[in-house]
Design a protein around this ligand. Structure first.
Ligand code: ADP
Ligand code: MG
Length: 276
């Protein structure tokens, strides 16, 4: 990753309770500071503001969910954090250093897993590792570990066309984690899945996050998913000019969706959208 001048994050990185959730391992890094980000697209020759001075901080090892109405700029914000797009103003800092493009510290999971159809599950996961200089044997060995982690050991030699949507998305998650990013960025990863598969994968992702030492930023339009997975939920405004809001999800893991405090937080989030 090309690095611009080092900067200090708005908030100093403190020892967070993320440490204890990751089985005592301290996340090596991966604190994300979103500082005063603004971005407009030009549509029909006129500027169309999408992000308006968004600021937020995610501690290393935490999970942030980003929610907001369709078109509120969730994907744009995630792509700016990934370094796939640049902001007009403001900055994203990782452990205090400004990002200036894509980097090996971040990996993205999209709604469509975008697997290479001619490669097996194992080779889809190994491919980016070989691209980064691992030998075929090393890449396959590490890919094997991640195939197991996402519960697809029996499908390592299957081709993408033989997988269900949920299984394909598991491969996408394994492929992203195999490069050992500090930050996993997910854009509505379960948005195209049926309700039961989605719940299973949310539980799997929660377990995986506890096993792997990563910061997660998850864009979702599913408010229950946001509460289930996140430490904090960032709500993007509906109207430009309004500011973002945050809800802290201070619930122990593993979480139960029927627990009164869970239900209450979900309600609180619904209310933030003017829904009941
Ligand atoms: N490349 C682009 N060019 C022009 N407009 C865009 C582009 N990408 C997104 N937009 C517009 O920006 C707004 C926010 O998009 P997006 O970040 O995808 O929102 P969300 O993910 O919350 O639905 C939308 O109105 C969308 O049409
Ligand atoms: Mg989107």
């Amino acid at each position: 990753m090309a690095l611009a001048e080092p900067e200090t994050a708005d908030r100093p990185s403190t020892q967070s309770h993320a440490t204890e959730r990751h089985g005592g391992k301290t996340p090596a890094g991966g604190a994300v500071t979103i500082r005063d980000l603004s971005k407009s697209y030009t549509i029909n020759g006129r500027p169309f503001p999408v992000l308006d001075r968004v600021s937020h901080h995610v501690e290393a090892g935490e999970v942030l969910s980003i929610v907001g109405a369709s078109g509120s700029g969730k994907t744009t914000l995630l792509r700016v954090i990934a370094g796939l797009e640049t902001a007009d103003q403001g900055a994203v800092l990782i452990d205090g250093t400004r990002v200036a493009g894509v980097g090996t510290d971040r990996a993205v999971v999209f709604q469509e897993p975008r697997l290479l159809p001619w490669l097996t599950v194992l080779d889809n996961i190994a491919f980016p590792l070989e691209n980064r200089g691992a030998t075929k044997a090393e890449a396959r060995q590490r890919a094997r570990h991640y195939v197991d982690l996402v519960g697809l050991a029996d499908f390592a030699d299957a081709l993408p066309a033989q997988l269900s949507g949920g299984m394909a998305q598991r491969v996408g998650i394994a492929r992203a984690l195999a490069v050992k990013p500090e930050i996993l960025l997910l854009d509505e990863p379960f948005g195209a899945l049926d309700a039961m598969t989605k719940i299973t994968l949310q539980e799997e992702l929660s377990r995986i996050w506890r096993e792997e030492n990563v910061t997660m930023i998850l864009v979702t339009h599913d408010l229950e998913e946001a509460v289930f997975l996140a430490d904090r939920v960032l709500i993007l405004p509906r109207e430009k000019g309004e500011s973002t809001r945050e809800i802290v999800v201070d619930l122990p893991r593993p979480r139960s969706r029927s627990e009164p405090r869970f239900v209450k937080l979900r309600e609180q989030l619904l209310n933030a959208f003017g829904l009941h």
